[in-house]
Design a protein around this ligand. Structure first.
Ligand code: HPA
Ligand code: ZN
Length: 340
């Protein structure tokens, strides 16, 4: 058995929320083969090892090509249920007490699956997770930004019967060349419908895209946000507003957003007073679930225990739980920090 160092042991027991997790990105190669077999599909790979060996990316698009191909094995509500429950079991083992998970309905409807297969399967998996593990969760529908805004409107329309169980909309996929402005109208509609709004911004895209996400999409939370650090005015704006950033260190490393974890912007973000959280993004593809993101970053940049605790506190503060629920979860963080 490997011995945890003191920081890793502290991280392991710390209650936390995960706010940036693409559920399709939690599909482990073993489960990909299991689903392919039961759905009588042929995969382009011969073995789990061959799949893992293919996970060598030089940018976001490299990853997305493989990630969308992997999602093809998802065919039934049972597949979505089982994928989600597998994620929650791993998350619970990391002391994740609440997760707000993304799904990409267009990845599934564009290959002929009804919206209901993904939505009902995931909602059932979330319910199973709460019953089995006590982990609460919320579902966020992401629009694929490489597709046009009309397609996003169609997706929002298709989601209407589920909107009492979907907390908000997000924006993901290929960032550069697909600025937030492209989705201004559909985000306005989602806001009018009472949905929360989040968007990936500043992962590969420039600070101008981050400004657009704030000014045009009126986001409640920002996914990634790394390149905000290139723009002094933006840093001050994010600090003043205490906008939550859902930062994903191992994703940034695997997609070459940073060259080395030692160069990761989180320490500077914290120093500048930004409201940072740590998350796993697509853990099956990027080599670690949420605790690995905390631990490997802590090891690389030398995070203090207070900084680690602050990011766990931030994860509940930045969630879409009610104020009373947030307070209860944060009290658990404080009790753990005081007792450990
Ligand atoms: N960025 C953009 N789109 C995505 C990602 C990501 O990290 N993961 C899944 N879709
Ligand atoms: Zn993401």
């Amino acid at each position: 058995m490997t011995q945890l160092n003191a920081t890793d042991a502290y991280i392991a027991g710390l209650p936390k929320a995960e706010l940036h997790l693409h559920i399709e990105g939690s599909l482990e190669p073993e489960q990909m083969f299991e689903f392919a077999q039961r759905n009588k599909m042929i995969t382009p790979f011969d073995s789990v090892e061959a799949v893992r060996a293919a996970y060598d990316f030089s940018n976001l698009q490299d990853f997305l090509d493989i990630y969308y191909a992997g999602a093809n094995v998802l065919q039934t509500e049972q597949d979505f249920h089982d994928m989600a429950l597998a994620y929650f079991r791993r998350a619970a083992a990391d002391n994740v007490r609440h997760a707000e998970i993304f799904f990409d309905p267009q990845t599934h409807t564009d290959r002929g699956l009804p919206f209901s297969v993904a939505a009902d399967g995931l909602l059932a998996g979330m319910k199973s997770a709460e019953a089995e593990l006590g982990v609460t969760s919320k579902l966020i529908l992401c629009f694929l930004r490489h597709l046009d805004e009309d397609a996003a409107f169609d997706t929002l329309k298709a989601s209407e019967p589920w909107l009492d169980r979907i907390v908000g909309v997000g924006l993901d996929s290929s960032e550069v060349g697909h600025p937030p402005s492209k989705f201004e109208r559909v985000f306005a509609r989602a806001g009018d419908m009472g949905l929360k709004r989040v968007a990936h911004a500043g992962e590969e895209g420039p600070p101008a895209y981050v400004h657009e996400a704030l000014d045009l999409l009126h986001i409640d939370r920002m996914d990634h946000g790394n390149r905000s650090m290139e723009d002094e005015a933006l840093i001050e704006r994010l600090a003043d507003s205490q906008m939550t950033l859902t930062v994903c260190p191992l994703s940034n490393l695997k997609l070459c957003v940073v060259r080395d974890l030692k160069d990761h912007p989180v320490p500077e973000m914290l120093r500048r007073g930004l409201h940072v959280t740590l998350n796993s993004d697509d853990p099956a593809y990027f080599g670690g679930y949420v605790n690995q993101n905390y631990s490997q970053l802590a090891q690389a940049v030398g995070l203090t225990r207070d900084q680690v605790t602050q990011m766990a506190r931030n994860s509940f503060e930045g969630s879409f739980l009610t104020e009373a629920e947030k307070a209860a979860r944060i009290a658990e963080v404080e009790a753990y920090a005081a007792a450990t």
